[in-house]
Write a protein of this length. Structure first.
Length: 179
């Protein structure tokens, strides 16, 4: 079940738990996929747009929101990133920096921009909050070598990009990067 919990309804302890649960889910999946034999052999770091999604900037920007009801990638012009064979991603929350919130739906897809929906979150639930941010009811884990898409649906045709910041970690073998 996919739903979003507004950040302003959570304590700091609750927020920490959502992050910890996401990390634990990713580590569990990494061990299932035999990326490592134990959690001590894994590194957990923040998702980096350039390194992990192949974007041109280290920012979460959509393309210009030209049409209401149209889906736009959260990774600039990269519609369907593919993770390296030895790393997986876990997404646990979102924050909308653009005001008023120009997007209404956040969709995670497996198989690229037209692929199967694996999680979907109604961003209208946080649009009226003082801080337009929330945590996912369940983390969304993306396996290695799988192309995926993270899209938002425009609720306002602004003609400019939206800043939709995804809260995410990468889990990969230790030693490849020092985070």
């Amino acid at each position: 079940m996919s739903y979003i919990v507004p950040k302003e309804e959570l304590t700091i302890t609750d927020q920490y738990k959502y992050r910890s649960d996401a990390i634990n889910a990713a580590i569990k999946r990494a061990l299932e996929l035999k990326i490592a034999t134990n959690s001590g052999e894994l590194n957990v770091r923040s998702f980096e747009n350039i390194l992990d999604a192949g974007t041109a900037l280290e920012q979460y920007n959509t393309a210009a929101l030209a049409a209401v009801g149209t889906a736009y990638s959260c990774f600039q012009a990269v519609a369907a990133p593919i993770l390296a064979a030895n790393k997986l991603a876990v997404f646990y929350g979102v924050a909308i920096e653009t005001t008023p919130s120009p997007v209404s739906l956040l969709t995670f897809r497996s198989g690229g921009a037209g692929g199967n929906i694996i999680a979907e979150f109604d961003l209208e639930q946080i649009a009226t909050c003082q801080v337009v941010a929330g945590y996912f009811s369940e983390p969304v884990v993306i396996d290695p070598t799988r192309n995926f898409a993270v899209q938002v649906t425009a609720r306002i045709a602004t003609g400019v990009l939206a800043r939709v910041q995804l809260k995410a970690f990468i889990v990969e073998p230790a030693g490849q990067r020092i985070a």
